[in-house]
Write a protein that binds this ligand. Sequence first.
Ligand SMILES: [Zn+2]
Length: 101
Amino acid sequence: MGFWQKLFGSKEKPYVDETGIYFYARCDHCGTIVRVRANRQSNLSRNNGGFVWHKTIVDNRCFRRMQAVVHFDGRYAITSTELSGGVFVTEEEYKAQRGEA
Ligand SMILES: [Zn+2]
């Protein structure tokens, strides 16, 4: 593999993040959307046959805290979400805010 290919990465084998679950949280106060990654193997706690994820999310504009609680079933499918201080949005909205859409 040549230098430039190393630098920019090969497009033939995209990296697949199999342990990460991504969430996009928009701050109620300033509207900034923050991407957060939950690691299935280390961030989730067992709960009633499924899993629960607790996370404090802070955006980089107003630095207010958002408290996320997400419940999953035993197959890591999301069964409920709560976010105090913000709202979960889609990846598309996140990219649009960053000008990537
Ligand atoms: Zn904010």
